[in-house]
Structures are given as C-alpha cells and as structure tokens.
Design a protein around this ligand. Structure first.
Ligand code: ATP
Length: 279
C-alpha cells in the first residue's frame, strides 16, 4: 500500500519559551526531558519527522505532556511551529512547506484537505448551532452557498455517524459526550478531506461509548479510505485502530513501526512499559 506519503512531516519543532544558555545546549540533562528548569521553556515537539501514507491509520501514543496534541495543533495550523516543514500530496500546494503558506492557502488546506476531531468537542463544535448548522458552517467555509444542498449533505453525514433525524436540528450542547464526538466526526468529514486528525477522541467517554466511537472510526476508514492520524495516551485505542504506530516521549519520537510489531517486540524501555501495562 505504501508509495509516496500523502503527508510528510519534516523536522518539526515547537518550543514554548525563548530558551536560555542552559537548555540551548542540547545534550544537557534538562534536554533529556522537555522542560528547562532555568528558564521554564518547554520543548514540546523536538525534531519530529513522520510520514502518513494513503489509506492508513497512523497512531501516535505517548503519556500526557509528550507533545502529541501540540504536534496535531501545529499540523492543523491552530498554532505556529518554531521550525520544520510539512508537505501534502496535492496539486495546489505540492512541494510547498505548509507551515509557510499564505493564510489563504492555509485556509484551503484546512477546509479541503484536513478534518480535525478534538478531544474536547467544545473546540470543534459551535455548541449553540444545530448539528446541521455545524456542518453547514464547514461547507460554507469551503465556498458552498446552496442551502438545500448543504442541508442534504449535513443530514447524510449525520446519518452516517448514527445521529437520529429528530436530533439533527438540536444543539450539540444538549448531547451526550459520545454523540458530540460523532457530530464532530461528521463535521470533520464534510468536504471529503483526504486526511483526518483525531486527538484523544475517546478520552473521557465510558467504555461502551468508546467502543462505539472506535468502531465508527474504523468503519469510516474502511469505507472512505481516508488517511488518519490518531493520537491517544491509551495503547489499547491505538492497538484497535492503527496500522502503524509512533511512540512519543518528552516531545520526541522514540520508536515507530507496524502496530503489531511494536506490540510484539517493543524496543524502547518506555514502549515496553506501555505494552506490558496492556497485559
Ligand atoms: N500554550 C502552551 N504554553 C506553554 N506550554 C505548553 C502549551 N501547550 C502545551 N504546552 C506544554 O507542552 C508539552 C506538551 O503538551 P501536549 O499537550 O502537546 O502533550 P500531550 O502529549 O498532548 O498531552 P495531553 O494529552 O495531556 O494534552 C507539555 O509540557 C505542556 O505543558
């Protein structure tokens, strides 16, 4: 299945703070963790290079604070990177570093090439819009102006994530956590993006609801062949979804490989700990 990647991340760095003489010397003790106690700078993502291939689910696993969400937010242009590049297979922006695009081109990538599902639905949904209205908002951002067409697309998408028709005109703030996540997924799928980012989408949901959302994601991937980056601190979630897995610790990639391989033969001590905790 693997030829040219659909998305390539190249030496991504994201730092919160300006650094100091201590932490800028990269081999000091402090840099083995990602926080400098002298100047409070956090090196949230350090030299991350990854490839996402067409039709695969790439899992990113790591403990809280390892830099997973920061990486996703940089990719989705929610925050600026400190340095590095990202490249997507697309005729409009081929060969261009996505982080250096004009804001107009970034909007194009965000609206047509990417979908994002946040851990907290508040970040992905307008809680005072109806569910249909939430999806229409994304369609409008991509230039659609035909009201009846937008309504039809929205209803079809909501149906595909099992939102019953009588709830489609309701505001997601009155929905359960699992339903809110399903509306977010429907919204992220509008405009048929080739790449979907999912950040801890089942964290905080109870186990049976988690299982439903994970099944839904797996089915969507099978039916639509969308490439996905799925972030979770929970290796059980990654095991269920991901074809390949990347393990992050203190802002760095410490191990990557086929998910089965990582599970059967983890190399890094931290990965071994993660895998054994599943047993
Ligand atoms: N806006 C910010 N300002 C300063 N530090 C930040 C900011 N956002 C994140 N960080 C720090 O960057 C590091 C990585 O955080 P990040 O949220 O990416 O980790 P994570 O692996 O996604 O964990 P979690 O799932 O708990 O969010 C942490 O040390 C965090 O405190």
């Amino acid at each position: 299945m693997h030829e040219e990647p659909i998305l390539r991340i190249d030496h991504l760095n994201k730092t919160f703070g300006d650094g100091c003489a201590h932490c800028q010397q990269s081999e000091t003790y402090e840099m083995k963790i990602n926080y400098c106690p002298y100047c409070s700078t956090t090196y949230a993502c350090q030299d991350i290079s990854l490839e996402l291939y067409s039709g695969e689910i790439l899992g990113i696993v790591g403990e809280s604070g390892s830099g997973k969400s920061t990486m996703m937010q940089c990719l989705y242009f929610d925050m600026d990177v400190t340095s590095g590049g990202a490249y997507i297979k697309d005729t409009e922006v081929e060969e261009e570093n996505l982080f250096e695009l004009s804001s107009q081109k970034k909007r194009y990538v965000r609206n047509y090439k990417y979908g994002m599902v946040y851990q907290n639905p508040v970040h992905g949904l307008k809680m005072n819009f109806s569910s249909v209205g939430n999806i229409a908002e994304k369609l409008i951002a991509a230039g659609n102006r035909n009201v009846s067409e937008m309504e039809a697309i929205s209803k079809r998408l909501l149906e595909s994530v099992h939102i019953p028709p009588y709830r489609m005109k309701q505001e997601p703030r009155n929905f359960s956590g699992g339903m809110q996540q399903r509306v977010q997924i429907a919204k992220a799928l509008s405009n048929n993006p080739p790449v979907l980012f999912l950040d801890e989408v089942t964290t905080g949901l109870d186990l049976s609801v988690q299982a439903n959302v994970l099944d839904l994601i797996k089915n969507i991937q099978r039916e639509l062949g969308i490439s996905m980056i799925v972030v979770s601190h929970d290796l059980a979630v990654i095991r269920m979804l991901a074809d390949r897995t990347v393990v992050m610790l203190d802002g760095k990639v410490i191990e990557e490989g086929l998910t089965d391989q990582i599970l059967e033969d983890p190399q890094h001590a931290y990965t071994q700990q993660l895998v054994y905790s599943l047993l």
